[in-house]
Write a protein that binds this ligand. Structure first.
Ligand SMILES: C[S@@+](CC[C@H](N)C(=O)[O-])C[C@H]1O[C@@H](n2cnc3c(N)ncnc32)[C@H](O)[C@@H]1O
Ligand code: SF4
Ligand code: SF4
Length: 353
């Protein structure tokens, strides 16, 4: 019954996106909730490291339940934000609670904290997808990028993969999430080989998003150079057993680097990002408290979801004005491209404008 309700909501939500409605009858399909913004690493490309302007804190299990109970339409929940989710000791309980409500839960983690007991709890929790940040297979480069040792992360991954095998469990699916930047782009074949050795299910490479933040850190790879390296990586690893997104990345390359065709952003219609203190933002790209649209722990949810601020944002996005500074350089396009292609197939003349 819960699933039917969520599926119907998704259907209506997609229709409301196509229609470009400002006040929605449907609720969000996806959410990202931050169990903590504490972190055990200091990555050179991450806004968490030097730009976060929010006090540091954890989400309590009680507040987590309050938030989820206000979001009955959610189908997919990503349980991490700007911070390391495994630092919140109640994370496995949160995953179990959300799973019991028919929600598919994923987390993104650096996996440095995984030990036998945590691996057991995560596998039993109902977690569907664990995306492991792995930006290098070289200990030195890993340290330059993440300010931490690769050893603990490799150990955590091995414990988890072994336990999943011992328990003959299919879940969680285990992915690598590899952010590609100047410091590591030549390592793509090595990262693929590491994934193969560690029996990882899928590897997703994503060009670094520098927002308006770290222009001075020289992270972005020149686009032709990256294109050539992706093509070479495909040749070098054509016999790999690991599934990856390199072909899609080449296909959508222009979207990442120089959008020929402007892809609309559907975030204000279909998802929300919620911080440990209840602050609601459009998506995970925002890192400043001034970007909060409301507080889900303090306000009625409809006042946020269909309030004047959100309606104003949808109106601007409909006109193609992604007026927030982070939106100008955002390359968080996967969901948008996927949705855009689907709608275009259905209606070739489609435009949100
Ligand atoms: C913000 S982290 C939070 C979860 C966890 N601490 C981790 O590192 O996996 C989520 C993902 O965002 C990625 N990320 C951080 N900075 C990024 C950037 N500038 N562009 C693209 N992805 C980035 C990380 O590598 C990680 O895979
Ligand atoms: S990418 Fe993850 S581990 Fe690295 S600083 Fe950001 S939140 Fe922490
Ligand atoms: S354009 Fe990017 S940063 Fe802006 S709301 Fe959409 S996904 Fe978020």
């Amino acid at each position: 019954m819960i699933q039917v309700f969520k599926k119907l909501n998704r259907y209506f939500n997609n229709i409301e996106i196509i229609l470009g409605r400002l006040r929605l009858l449907s609720g969000p399909q996806d959410a990202q909730i931050e169990p903590t913004n504490r972190c055990n690493q200091r990555c050179i490309m991450c806004p968490r490291t030097d730009k976060l302007d929010v006090p540091i804190g954890d989400l309590s299990f009680d507040d987590f339940k309050k938030i989820l109970n206000k979001l009955p339409t959610i189908r997919n929940l990503q349980l991490n934000g700007l911070g390391e989710p495994l630092l919140n000791s109640q994370l496995p309980e949160m995953i179990s609670y959300a799973s019991s409500k028919g929600i598919s839960v994923s987390i993104n983690s650096n996996c440095a904290l995984i030990n036998q007991s945590l691996a057991e709890k995560l596998i039993n929790s109902g977690l569907r997808l664990l995306k492991i940040s792995m930006d290098s297979s070289d200990p030195e480069v890993y340290r330059v990028i993440r300010g931490a040792s690769i050893e603990r992360t490799l150990e955590g991954i091995k414990i988890l993969v072994k336990k999943r095998k011992e328990k003959k469990a299919n879940l969680p699916r285990i992915w690598f999430n590899s952010i590609i930047m100047k410091q590591n782009y030549k390592e793509m074949p090595d990262i693929l080989r590491l994934a193969e050795n560690l029996e990882i299910d899928f590897i997703r490479f994503k060009p670094v998003d520098i927002f308006d933040l770290y222009q001075d850190r020289d992270l972005l790879v020149e686009q032709n150079e990256l294109k050539k390296t992706i093509t070479k990586t495909l040749e070098l690893t054509k016999n790999t057993n690991v599934k990856h997104n390199l072909n899609e990345l080449l296909e959508d390359f222009n979207v990442y680097y120089r959008p020929k065709e402007k892809i609309p952003c559907y975030s204000p219609w279909r998802e929300l990002y919620i911080q440990y203190y209840g602050g609601v933002r459009l998506c995970c790209e925002f890192y400043s408290r001034k970007d909060d649209i409301g507080n889900i722990l303090e306000e009625d949810f409809q006042k946020i979801w269909n309030g004047s601020r959100m309606r104003g944002i949808r109106k601007e996005f409909k006109k193609g004005n992604t007026f927030f500074p982070v939106c100008q350089s955002c390359n968080r396009f996967q969901k948008n491209v996927w949705m855009y292609k689907k709608i275009k197939r259905f209606n070739p003349c489609y435009s949100l404008n």
